[in-house]
Design a protein around this ligand. Structure first.
Ligand code: NAD
Length: 382
């Protein structure tokens, strides 16, 4: 039996990863997943509660920076894999409050590494390096933002120099370097994946795609930074989860693997495509229209694409230090582990919109309270 400690799994990607392990990849296998999550504004117990059964999946409400707690999880369980998703993850918030990002993303990672080291080291070899229990792995979930920004051409490879610009990406870069240092210094069995922008179910609505979907439904302004010409590479979240699982199980110790969708799009094009996709879905399935606010509907009852483009798309002051373009070269993970993105954007966006339409209770729950204050501070009371 393999036991995972998955941190931050009440958030977007971590929760998708846990569901992928439990119900897809290892549905007939004896695995145990311990979820450790502090339930910050971005974490929601409701996202994971149906998965928690006390046997295959256990939930622990706590902080990755809490040494005593993390040590106790290793003492009480024979943990094989740590998969560290827990992080402060929103660039805009890192510009407002960098310190929290440094504390969680760097010191939290280091606390997990130390707890794993205390639990997994068995002794020393003849050269003085620690020896490790067999089959253990610490996996760090990182981002392409550690590489900085690209011009119009080229791709990030694993050899691209690290050059982060935002406090968020600088904190993730620092965490990557600490993870690598534990490999180089202690021969700790670690791996790192650096992924492009994800989209899919359970995506917190402060991020571009779910924000746009929900604001279209609500008839609210669709904020787009600058001229909307920043380019991101979008990957469906389940494809990312598959890549992480492969690297955790089959990746080489001390290695970094880039994970990308080969799906580069300008932010403004994402916004327009999302509007058009909602239009097409609702033209086909008229029952879905009942959720819409009156102002976004034309005389035929269809989504009024032109009205939305003219009235709701709102170009807002660009993000400070905004990276122009990210694009990943995933050749290494393809060649070594046989991973490829499987979900075309045209299909992934339909699944994502449908999920949002069918989970409005979840959306309402996570956007109430603290998020409302944040939204008003960012975009005004609209
Ligand atoms: P998210 O913000 O949706 O979730 C983060 C989770 O971590 C939340 O559940 C939160 O409660 C938890 N958390 C925060 N601080 C914690 C702490 N101190 N202790 C325990 N739990 C804590 O983030 P996400 O989008 O799911 O991203 C997950 C990871 O993937 C992050 O490390 C992020 O840097 C990385 N990543 C994200 C993307 C993306 O497009 N979302 C792309 C590449 C990499």
């Amino acid at each position: 039996m393999k036991t995972y400690l998955v941190t931050g799994a009440a958030g977007f990607i971590g929760s998708n990863f846990v569901k992928y392990l439990l119900y897809r990849k290892y549905k007939d296998e004896d695995i145990k997943v311990i979820v450790l999550d502090a339930l910050t504004y971005a974490g929601n117990y409701g996202t994971i509660k149906d998965d928690v059964d006390g046997k295959r999946c256990v939930f622990v409400h706590g902080d990755i920076r809490d040494r005593e707690l993390v040590d106790s999880l290793f003492a009480d369980n024979d943990i094989d894999y740590v998969v560290n998703f827990a992080a402060e993850s929103h660039v805009d918030r890192s510009i407002e409050n960098p310190q929290l990002f440094l504390e969680t993303n760097i010191l939290g990672t280091q606390n997990l590494l130390d707890a794993a080291r205390r639990a997994w080291v068995t002794g020393k070899d003849a050269t003085g390096y620690p020896t490790w229990k067999e089959g253990k792995r610490f996996h760090q979930v990182s981002t392409d933002e550690v590489y900085g920004s690209l011009g119009a051409d080229g791709y990030f490879t694993e050899e691209t120099p690290l050059c982060p610009h935002s406090p968020y990406s600088a904190s993730k870069t620092s965490a990557d370097l600490i993870v690598k240092a534990y490999h180089d210094t202690y021969h700790m069995p670690v791996t790192i994946t650096r992924c492009s922008n994800n989209y899919g179910p359970y995506h917190f609505p402060e991020k571009l795609i779910p924000l746009i979907i929900n604001n279209i439904l609500e008839g609210k302004p669709l904020p787009v930074y600058g001229k909307g010409d920043n380019v991101r590479d979008w990957l469906y979240v389940e494809d990312h989860c598959k890549a992480i699982d492969l690297v955790v199980r089959e990746g080489r110790d001390g290695e970094v693997y880039n994970v990308g969708g080969h799906n580069e799009m300008k932010n403004i094009d994402i916004v327009k495509l999302t509007i058009k996709t909602i239009h097409d879905m609702m033209a086909e399935d008229k029952g879905l229209r009942k959720i819409l606010k009156k102002q976004v509907i034309d005389a035929n009852g269809d989504i009024d694409i032109r009205w939305i483009n003219d009235n709701l798309i709102t170009f807002v002051t660009d993000r400070l230090g905004h990276d122009q373009r990210y694009a990943i070269d995933p050749t290494k993970i393809k060649n070594e582990l046989g991973w490829l993105p499987e979900t075309m954007f045209a299909d992934g966006i339909v699944k994502t919109i449908r999920w949002n339409l069918e989970h409005q209770d979840w959306v309402n729950e996570v956007t109430s309270g603290e998020y409302t204050k944040y939204y008003e501070q960012m975009y005004g009371n609209r």
